[in-house]
Design a protein around this ligand. Structure first.
Ligand code: ARG
Ligand code: ASP
Length: 719
């Protein structure tokens, strides 16, 4: 008996230590209730209202969603915004060519006229948020079937959003929190004229490249600058020469005071997704099946891409962003598996689940079955989820590009299959597709795609079970006698989709008569064979299991809150604005290795190696180093570059402002350290560190390297 109590206590203690401390991504509106006292104890000098308020200008007014998946922040009253280099990468690449290679050389607009316009780039400000749980749940009761309940919820959500933005130019987003146990509404303002102001050369902005990605010690100058433009009334507008710099309600003062170990830090941004409350079966699915298989396929992709990119500077530019995207998750998955294993995460979850089950059996019998049901669902879901992931790798997610382009013609086909074709609609669609095709060929290299196609087709055949093999393999095994390369050679020889001129002419002249030709195109057929397996055999089942999981998640979340009534829970990240707070802190990476909390210019010079692409230090920086020309950015004879802290962050937090106790900008968040990338699933305060760029390095580069000191004049700099 005594033994059992001790055991329970030990588990409870372990839970405590893993649930609190620096862990958590908190809701800005609720800081007052849950966090502000602790934040102030840790050194924060501002109030909850200073961070988030609807009645006064506050820190939230200086934070934006940058593009679709990053965060950015305002640093002047003229709409100047800073985010990461890797967040502005697509734009920098878009404006780059072999002649004007801004990726390599950097770019700085020396006057407003030189700023570069970016089609499709938006920034999004949060105006206010609101807990709308009650209204979302109106008319829903416990006895309802899931389908019926979901319908009512969806209708409520639609009505709430419509009402909230009626007669305004705002947009509304409504999202579930705590797996659907709570709902929040977000009212946003979206700006569409966002221009590129500057970016350092990749040898600074991407210094260390994918070699150093996800690692500490780090020396990447990962920043770029943009400017938001508005109409004369300071309202969002499409691009126009008449637009003027946006005047934000709030911008961050930039502090040159720097950081010391133990200092309070707050990250204010848009974390994308985390999975803190999933059962052990989810971790098993990732570590044993999904991650390893997807890691393998991406390893092969990267091998091929790197080889072509190293051989030809034009190909290097074309595939720069694609390569970075593939490499980024690939490396994170590897780190995640490693981190979960070292943390013994699965058995920790299992221990917790055993305690949970004991509790449920005696005190909450309605939950006693939950984990057993989870187990059943994951048994089936895992394979579907893997197949889905693999399918994405094959075509839509940087897979066989030719087939992906061909698949886009389905929209045209559908249009012309209708009895009556609306010529206006057709014209607009053709214009849209021609635009997409032009972008496609800007970043396309056929020999690379051809080699990649053969590799991917053979990997899919080896790794995915027979039931999910599309009929293109029957063709390969029949007509081509199993010779994938032969099939691929034929595919590229016969398809029209590898020729820009042909594709554009084809789209332009598309009519009902073109449907036959489209259906005969082998690239179109290839796409179709994969899509139909996905659509008929994978997606419906996956959806079914996912919806079963969603029901379980909702119940398990509520149950965990009852199981630990004294804990304060934070909701998983869902790409809504959150506050993470912690402190600047080094860490022990492994036996005998302790990492300090900051890096300096000295480390850049140590890494300098003209033979390694990722470590070529630009001549100008070397010169500044030689002359110790550091100006006011100097600290102890060098310039600080990056620092680590214990803020709980994830993908989407890139570009987030890192603030000190006064709410001043001291850094830009851009990454996490290798030992802690499992933090999306389990946070370990000893090992998890977010990596930020020190603002002093940012200003040093803008001022001394780029000579764009006019930008500093518009900032509020605190020395
Ligand atoms: N790892 C960081 C994040 O997830 C930085 C990524 C930059 N991309 C890269 N491939 N180096 O986004
Ligand atoms: N690098 C990530 C991003 O782009 C941040 C992270 O995952 O820590 O959002």
């Amino acid at each position: 008996m005594v033994k059992r109590i001790v055991l329970t206590l030990a588990v409870a203690l372990f839970l405590q230590s893993f649930a609190r401390a620096d862990e958590g991504m908190w809701i800005p509106m609720l800081l007052k209730k849950y966090n502000i006292e602790q934040m102030q104890e840790m050194g924060f000098k501002l109030s909850a209202e200073d961070v988030y308020s609807v009645n006064q200008a506050c820190l939230k007014d200086a934070v934006v969603i940058f593009g679709r998946g990053c965060t950015g922040e305002l640093i002047s009253d003229k709409g100047l915004l800073v985010t990461n280099h890797h967040c502005g990468y697509g734009q920098i690449q878009y404006h780059s060519s072999v002649e004007n290679d801004y990726l390599t050389n950097g770019f700085w607009a020396m006057s407003p006229e030189e700023e570069l316009v970016n089609p499709d780039l938006t920034v999004t400000f949060l105006k206010r948020m609101e807990d709308v749980t009650e209204r979302v749940m109106e008319g829903v009761n416990e006895e309802m079937k899931a389908g019926e309940r979901d319908k009512i919820i969806a209708a409520n959500i639609k009505a709430i959003k419509e009402e909230a933005i009626k007669d305004t130019h705002y947009t509304a987003v409504l999202k579930p929190f705590f797996s659907g146990n709570q709902y929040f509404l977000f009212i946003n303002e979206v700006f569409k004229d966002v221009r590129l102001v500057g970016a350092p050369p990749s040898a600074i902005g991407k210094f260390g490249g994918d070699t150093d990605n996800w690692m500490w010690p780090r020396h990447t100058g990962d920043f770029s600058m943009f400017r938001i433009y508005a109409d004369k009334d300071n309202k969002p507008a499409e691009y126009s020469q008449d637009n003027v710099p946006y005047k934000p309600a709030k911008h961050f003062p930039v502090s040159l005071k720097g950081v010391n170990e133990g200092d309070f830090t707050m990250v204010f941004g848009y974390p994308g997704s985390t999975y803190q409350y999933v059962p052990s079966y989810h971790l098993e699915m990732l570590t044993e099946t999904v991650n390893p298989k997807l890691i393998d396929v991406r390893t092969e992709k990267l091998n091929i891409m790197n080889r072509y990119q190293e051989a030809d500077p034009a190909v290097r530019i074309k595939y720069a962003a694609k390569n970075a995207r593939i490499s980024n998750s690939w490396k994170r998955w590897i780190g995640e598996n490693r981190g979960l294993e070292i943390l013994d995460a699965i058995s920790k979850k299992q221990q917790y689940e055993a305690e949970f089950n004991k509790w449920a059996k005696s005190q909450a019998p309605q939950y006693a079955n939950l984990l057993a049901r989870y187990k059943e669902v994951y048994k089936n879901y895992t394979n579907y989820n893997l197949t889905y992931g693999y399918y994405r790798e094959m075509i839509p997610s940087n897979g066989i590009e030719l087939a992906n382009l061909a698949g886009k013609m389905d929209a045209l086909k559908a249009l012309y299959e209708a009895e009556e074709v609306d010529e206006e609609v057709a014209k607009a669609l053709k214009k849209e597709l021609i635009g997409q095709a032009e972008l496609f060929f800007k970043n396309y290299y056929q020999p690379l795609d051809q080699e990649m196609s053969a590799k991917l087709l053979s990997m899919y055949a080896e790794n995915i079970e027979a039931a999910f093999q599309p009929d293109v393999y029957a063709l390969i095994n029949g007509k081509y006698k199993g010779n994938i390369k032969k099939y691929v050679d034929h595919l590229f020889a016969k398809s029209r989709f590898d020729s820009k001129e042909e594709v554009i002419a084809f789209i332009d002249g598309f009519s009902a008569k073109s449907i036959k030709a489209l259906e005969k195109d082998p690239a179109y057929q290839l796409n179709k064979s994969f899509v139909s397996v996905y659509r008929d055999k994978v997606a419906p089942q996956r959806k079914k299991y996912k919806s079963e999981l969603a029901d379980l998640d909702k119940a398990y979340m509520a149950a965990q809150m009852q199981f630990e009534p004294n804990e304060v829970f934070y909701p998983d990240a869902n790409f809504t604005l959150r506050v993470s707070y912690g402190q600047v802190k080094g860490y022990t990476a492994r036996d005998a290795v302790y990492y300090k909390h900051f890096t300096t210019l000295e480390g850049i010079m140590e890494k300098d190696n003209p033979d390694i692409y990722d470590y070529r230090v630009p001549a100008k920086l070397k010169e500044l180093y030689k002359n110790k020309d550091y100006g006011r950015y100097e600290v102890d004879g060098t310039v600080p570059v990056c620092f680590v802290a214990t803020n709980h962050t994830t993908g989407g937090n890139s570009g987030s402002p890192v603030l000190n106790a006064e709410g001043h900008l001291i850094g830009i968040n851009f990454d996490r350290a290798w030992e802690g990338v499992m933090s999306d699933l389990m946070f370990n305060p000893e090992q998890c560190r977010n990596i930020s760029l020190d603002m002093r390095y940012v200003l040093f580069i803008v001022d001394k390297m780029a000579g764009a000191s006019y930008l500093l004049d518009e900032m509020t700099i605190i020395e």
